[in-house]
Design a protein around this ligand. Sequence first.
Ligand code: SF4
Length: 245
Amino acid sequence: MGKIVDGTFHTFNPWWGCTKVSAGCKHCYAEALAIRYGQDLWGPKAPRRLMSDDNWRKPLRWNSDARLLGIRHQVFCASMADVFDLEAPEGQLERLWRLIRVTPYLDWMLLTKRPQRIADSLPADWGNGYPNVALGTTVEDSRVVGRVAILTAVPAHERFLSVEPLIGPIDDLPLLGIDWIFGGAESGPYARPMKQEWADSIRRQCDEAGVRCSFKGGSFDRRQHREPSRARVPQDRQLALFDAP
Ligand code: SF4
């Protein structure tokens, strides 16, 4: 397996649709985008949208490209769904695991707001984690900080946190077992402002724990407006700028 990462970044969606689970979901851009496409896919009773075979073939092409170049490409999964959604369409998560197994030149980032569902959703041969999969969870404020312990209890090659949209202070982030963090303010017309001190606190906690950290801009509280500095994000994660799940 190659070790070089050239910054190529893809997004893969195994299906569309989800159910809101916490305050971070309030302005879910994925739901808004689906509605714009005329698709009613959100909620426990709404059917999810299945994706075409052509969509499922894309990662095979990315993997071939990366293999030919002797590099690795990153894949964020998913921007229009939550991989561990209770209402995931039947068979599609298993299909995703099969795809991940046959794309060893892709580094898959699986982000969820449902870490409690990961352990029961892993494939039988997961062992200590697939070497090309990083598992992550979103922590948008201190009310859902318990997600971190659930995530770190799952064996994984790499783990990450998304503190985006950061909508409240998190001063007690447990970082043992976490490899890197990215975060940012909410965007969009109804964005809830992020205070600079919230981002500073997380950066400080990451510094102390030796965890890589990156923040992107967005809607800051104007009373203390100051652009967030570009952090020491791992080069290979710099393009990881997304909002859902
Ligand atoms: S896609 Fe993400 S942000 Fe949107 S409802 Fe699902 S978990 Fe929440």
